[in-house]
Design a protein around this ligand. Structure first.
Ligand code: GRG
Length: 294
């Protein structure tokens, strides 16, 4: 069974180790990167990566580089998402947003640095020796695809286009959430399978799980923007209404949106039946996220 606490400790240590602390001409950049990366997010994506690796029959430790890389991409997206040209938000992970502390130029570069460092981490010598070059090459390809135009960045563009667009219906919202949130979650799950050298049927099932969990996660995020508490969440609430953003809550209301969260969560859980191993952790994880308050 996957040991969540032990894995989290290893992830924190690896993330910290990847950003230099010594004096250098770029010390302020590294400080800005550390500020957001080590600010204590939930580490949902690394946990998914580690848990899938174990479910596919390998030691969790094999997936650490892949999981850290996904968390670096996620953290870069949060830094950029808070910039004045995006959500213009001043609070993240319970602290002032990166650009509020380091300024817009350095926040932009800290995001760029983390995005790039993700691929350095993913393909480092230790990862190649542990997982094999074929798995690393597939992981690089998957992460680039899911973080890019056809994944997270593309989803964010749909989000920008959807603001104040009265014509955007549920199909557009689904495409937006699949891109901006579910795609990176899919990469996390697939990378866990790749670290374990899983077969194609298992990778396909991991994608189905990630799709359900990813959509449920984003809709719950939209609900928390309405019913959540700023101190518990570590970020501002009411942001979507303030930005005139259309999402499942603005279209369906909180109650119907939560029904969708639960239905997508159960779709995710169903996908786990393909795996011969004990999938209790990933089933419970999905259900825990469906009623999370932060
Ligand atoms: C500006 C080129 C450029 C790209 C930016 C900003 C961006 C691309 C994408 C944004 C994607 C985004 C922020 C999606 C929201 C996903 C989401 C629900 C984030 C919150 O994740 P949690 O709750 O956060 O896992 P923690 O802090 O716990 O890690």
């Amino acid at each position: 069974m996957f040991d969540e606490n032990a894995y989290l400790e290893e992830i924190e240590a690896l993330l910290a180790a990847h950003i230099p602390q010594k004096e250098s001409l770029q010390a302020r950049l590294f400080e800005a990167e550390r500020y957001s990366l080590l600010a204590g997010g939930k580490r949902v994506r690394p946990l998914l990566c580690g848990a899938f690796c174990v479910l596919c029959g390998a030691e969790a430790g094999r997936s650490l580089w892949f999981a850290s890389a996904v968390e670096m991409i996620h953290t870069y997206s949060l830094i950029h998402d808070d910039l004045p040209c995006m959500d213009d938000d001043d609070l993240r992970r319970g602290r002032p947003s990166n650009h509020k502390v380091y300024g817009e130029a350095l926040a932009l570069l800290a995001g760029d640095g983390l995005l790039t460092k993700a691929f350095e981490t993913l393909s480092c010598q230790e990862a190649r020796e542990t997982c094999g070059s074929e798995a690393v090459a597939r992981a690089v390809n998957c992460l680039a695809e899911k973080a890019g135009d056809h994944g997270m960045v593309g989803g964010q563009v749909i989000d920008l286009n959807t603001e104040k667009n009265e014509a955007a219906g549920l199909d557009v919202l689904q495409a937006m959430d699949e891109g901006k949130t579910a795609a990176l979650i899919e990469a996390a799950c697939v990378l866990g399978c790749l670290a374990a050298h899983a077969g194609e049927e298992q990778i396909r099932a991991a994608r189905v799980y990630a799709h359900g969990l990813g959509l449920a996660f984003q809709i719950r995020d939209d609900i928390l923007d309405v019913i959540g508490d700023k101190n518990t969440l570590g970020k501002n609430t009411g942001v979507d209404v303030q930005n005139g953003r259309r999402n499942y809550v603005s279209l369906l209301g909180v109650e119907k949106a939560q029904q969708l969260v639960e239905s997508y969560t159960e779709q995710a859980v169903q996908a786990l039946s393909v795996f011969p191993g004990d999938s209790t952790y990933l089933a419970e994880f999905a259900r825990r996220l469906a009623c999370r308050m932060h």
